[in-house]
Design a protein around this ligand. Structure first.
Ligand code: HEC
Length: 107
């Protein structure tokens, strides 16, 4: 029996095949945080929050730059609550959430 090496190769190709799935897992995680924390307002026009996917509402906000957007998210801004009610979110997650909602990539 010399078949001992085959399972190892299968394992390696299996891992490589999983890489694109890992990237998708990041998006799914952001989507989950969005649904839990931001959607209540950013998916409800009556709250006055810029709505997810409304590029026009986001354009002047995105124009302020990532630093100001991050400050306003963490400290709160007018009716926007501090941390957007996601107390365990990281700065990277906030930036990803803003990109997700605005449909714009921040530099
Ligand atoms: C309780 C409602 C509420 C929740 C929850 C909420 N927001 Fe907001 N958000 C607002 C409102 C209202 C505004 C508009 C504030 C204004 O300009 O008057 C806003 C504005 C913003 C802005 C733009 C700030 C600017 O400088 O113009 C960002 C960025 C933002 N929210 C991110 C988030 C993120 C990320 C989450 C989830 C983690 C979140 N918000 C959750 C209500 C909310």
């Amino acid at each position: 029996m010399h078949a001992g090496k085959f399972p190892q190769r299968l394992l390696l190709s299996g891992l490589l095949a999983c890489l694109p799935l890992l990237a998708q897992a990041g998006e799914a995680e952001i989507q989950g945080v969005y649904e839990r924390s931001c959607k209540a307002c950013h998916g409800t026009p009556a709250t006055g929050a810029p709505q997810t996917g409304d590029a026009q509402a986001w354009a002047p906000r995105v124009a302020q730059g990532a630093d100001i957007l991050l400050d306003h998210t963490i400290d709160g801004y007018k009716a926007m609550p501090p941390m957007g009610m996601c107390m365990d979110c990281t700065e990277d997650q906030f930036l990803a959430l803003i990109e997700y909602m605005s449909g714009t990539s921040l530099d």
